[in-house]
Design a protein around this ligand. Structure first.
Ligand code: ADP
Ligand code: MG
Length: 471
């Protein structure tokens, strides 16, 4: 009996909650929750992370409380379980990050044991450090979308209490041009605005590596290097995958990371891959990367692409015709950098040739820019790759069978077709077993939701999209 009770209770709550908040919030913050137990009026729900729980408590606790009391009665209580990712994280933090610097690959100076606190080194304390931030990469210029919602929310949260939150480090990962650098810098900019005295530093992994190599063989220089990094309150290291195969740099970084983390300083890291997929990086680093929040940035969906195009053109003081915006959003799907690049060329073309920005101009440009990958991708090709990926026959794929695996394959094909081709919904439906446009739209929305909430699903879609692009 009690086995199913929690599900019924939570379902009733969800029904009420859904009516009271915007659909996007519902999707982001409630769909991922799982009810796990209901006993003595206590409902236990499972949430994906501490960050998630904090956010729920901050934003929705009143609504959840009221709803639960309505469903269960006045004695109702709520408990959280935070989903455990793996046991491998159970690595303990060194107590003395600084002293560990005597480790073999960083030839730390002999006086390491009596290492002076860099914060009281005369002269250093007052030193102004240029945070190396680009003011254009602010939150104001960062368009929010499904593709970046969690990462952005975490970033904003960090900005209000750097170091003192449960997502330290913040590990942002995702493909090229999806906004990792922008978001990481936005956090730095925001912190500098709110806490001007905090020492914020943005540095690319490559630059860090070069500095380390320069310092590594010169005794005093290495000390300076380590002192310097140990003074930072908010350290942003961009593209940490670049540390792969560089054990010396990794070791130095490990100690700086441990030291800063130990004393409650904020770390923000970006990478092109998730920690679990990074290769040639020390295990102790990888496990630390997962201590805080690991958030992925994914390809922007259609609505976000539209919003980005509007925001960018608005910033340049240009109002693009709707049809040009829609055309670009339909055709440039891979990443934000490409959207920006095309927009800049479009503006340049129009200015240089004194031509108005029309659909034709946009078409001629994108043909040149993105045609190599674009024009070759057809619904038929998508269908072929999807069938191969799921190992199902074209007949089953196109049939009327409602078997789950076929339905899922069709829905994914429809979703990808809408994202990667210029076909209308009706045309996509017609090509995938003669379905109507409403079916395609439904499939699109279903897949979009699943991508947000289901890891393996997200992987299917990105694998298939990856195959299509590399073909
Ligand atoms: P990455 O570091 O992931 O390769 P960047 O942060 O350099 O990507 O982003 C590429 C370009 O796209 C930058 O000019 C950035 O300003 C822009 N960009 C990325 N995401 C967004 C966004 N959500 N809103 C506005 N501009 C964005
Ligand atoms: Mg970058």
């Amino acid at each position: 009996m009690t086995d199913q009770k929690h599900i019924a209770v939570w379902d009733n709550c969800l029904r009420i909650i859904k009516d009271n908040i915007p659909p996007s919030s519902f999707k982001t913050w409630f769909v991922p929750i799982k009810a796990v137990k209901f006993l003595d009026s206590v409902l236990t729900i499972e949430v994906p992370s501490d960050f998630f729980r904090e956010y729920l408590e901050e934003q929705f606790i009143e609504l959840i409380g009221k709803t639960l009391r309505r469903v269960v009665g006045s004695s109702a209580k709520l408990e959280y379980n935070v989903r455990v990712v793996s046991n491998e994280e159970a690595v303990t933090m060194p107590q003395q990050g600084v002293q560990e610097l005597t480790n073999k690959t960083v030839p730390f100076p002999a006086q390491a044991g009596t290492f002076a606190n860099p914060f009281v080194i005369p002269g250093l304390q007052q030193r102004q450090i240029d945070p190396q931030l680009n003011p254009n990469f602010s939150f104001r210029n960062f368009v929010e979308g499904e593709c970046n919602r969690l990462a952005r929310a975490a970033g904003l949260n960090i900005s209000s209490s750097p170091g003192n939150n449960s997502f330290n480090p913040l590990f942002l990962y995702g493909g090229s041009g999806l906004g990792k650098t922008h978001l990481a810098q936005a956090i730095g900019i925001e912190i500098k605005e709110r806490f001007p005295d905090k020492i914020v530093l943005y540095v690319s992994a490559n630059r860090f590596q070069t500095q380390f190599m320069d310092a590594a063989n010169v005794k005093n220089k290495l000390t300076d290097f380590l002192h310097f990094y140990q003074m930072i309150d908010v350290l942003i290291i961009d593209d940490v995958h670049e540390f792969a195969g560089k054990p010396g740099t990794q070791n130095a970084f490990f100690h700086i990371f441990s030291h800063l983390h130990n004393i409650g300083k904020q770390l923000i890291l970006t990478s092109d891959k998730a920690p679990s997929e990074l290769q040639d990086l020390e295990q102790r680093l990888l496990s630390r990367f997962k201590w805080g929040l690991v958030a992925e940035l994914v390809q922007p969906d259609f609505e976000t692409r539209i919003a980005i195009l509007k925001a960018k053109s608005y910033k340049d003081g240009i109002v693009l015709p709707e049809e040009v915006i829609t055309y670009l959003a339909n055709n440039i799907t891979s990443n934000v950098r490409e959207i920006e690049g095309t927009l800049i060329s479009l503006l340049a073309q129009s200015t240089l040739t004194h031509r108005e920005i029309t659909l034709e101009l946009a078409q001629s440009l994108t043909d040149r820019f993105v045609s190599r990958t674009k024009t070759e991708i057809s619904v038929g090709k998508i269908q072929k790759i999807v069938c191969e990926y799921f190992k199902i026959s074209t007949e089953s794929f196109l049939s009327q069978s409602r078997k789950r695996e076929f339905v899922q394959a069709r829905q994914i094909a429809m979703y990808i077709s809408r994202n990667m081709t210029n076909n209308s919904l009706a045309s996509i439906g017609a090509q995938i077993g003669g379905r109507d446009h409403a079916t395609v739209l439904h499939a699109y929305n279903t897949v979009k939701d699943l991508i947000d909430t289901n890891r393996s699903f997200r992987k299917y879609v990105s694998d298939i999209e990856g195959q299509l692009k590399s073909n």
